[in-house]
Write a protein that binds this ligand. Structure first.
Ligand SMILES: CNC(=O)[C@@H](NC(=O)[C@H](CC(C)C)CN(O)C=O)C(C)(C)C
Ligand SMILES: [Zn+2]
Length: 163
């Protein structure tokens, strides 16, 4: 889902910071860090956007793993079902991204691949909505067999139409 809470469909800057709060126990922290860094790189590679990791609590995009009710209006639903959600650009919770830790997060093809899901959520955190094209990263259904290059031409066009 993309709970864009703010009118502004985009950030008013191209340099964004992100931080990672609570981790999952499914993967080593260093693996989570590198998968999320790779997800950000997929977007910075094809746009003018730049992302830097910050360890402060007021990073633009705060990412964390959570289960069930976790402090926002959108409690998670246990295994499968919704895998994650992100808030559209804006202050405070704007841009924040939550992963359902009832899922089995992986760096491979079993369970749900964290890099693929993170890249989709980052799309929302940047202001993108869903695509009806099944080949697009912003398609609403998880697709395990995504190629190495996560973004489709449509995703690239959409992010460059926005920034
Ligand atoms: C396996 N389960 C699914 O495919 C579910 N889809 C998701 O959890 C979306 C994230 C995927 C695309 C990474 C939710 N979303 O849009 C977040 O921004 C359902 C289609 C069941 C809702
Ligand atoms: Zn989505």
């Amino acid at each position: 889902e993309d709970y864009s809470l703010t009118k502004s469909a985009r950030w008013n800057k191209n340099q964004l910071t992100y931080n990672i709060g609570r981790y999952t126990s499914d993967l080593p922290r260093s693996t989570v860090d590198s998968l999320i860094d790779s997800a950000f790189s997929a977007w910075s590679r094809v746009s003018s956007l730049q992302f830097t990791r910050s360890h402060s609590h007021n990073a633009d995009i705060m990412m964390e793993f959570a289960t069930q009710a976790h402090g926002d209006l959108y409690p998670f639903d246990g295994p499968r079902g919704t895998l994650a959600h992100a808030f559209g650009p804006g202050p405070g919770i704007g841009g924040d991204t939550h992963f359902d830790d009832s899922e089995q997060w992986t760096s491979g093809s079993r369970g749900f691949n964290l890099q693929v899901v993170a890249a989709h959520e980052i799309g929302h955190a940047l202001g993108l909505r869903h695509s009806r094209n099944p080949d697009a990263l912003m398609y609403p259904n998880y697709r395990p067999s995504r190629p190495a290059n996560l973004l489709s031409m449509e995703d690239v066009a959409n992010i460059n139409a926005l920034y």
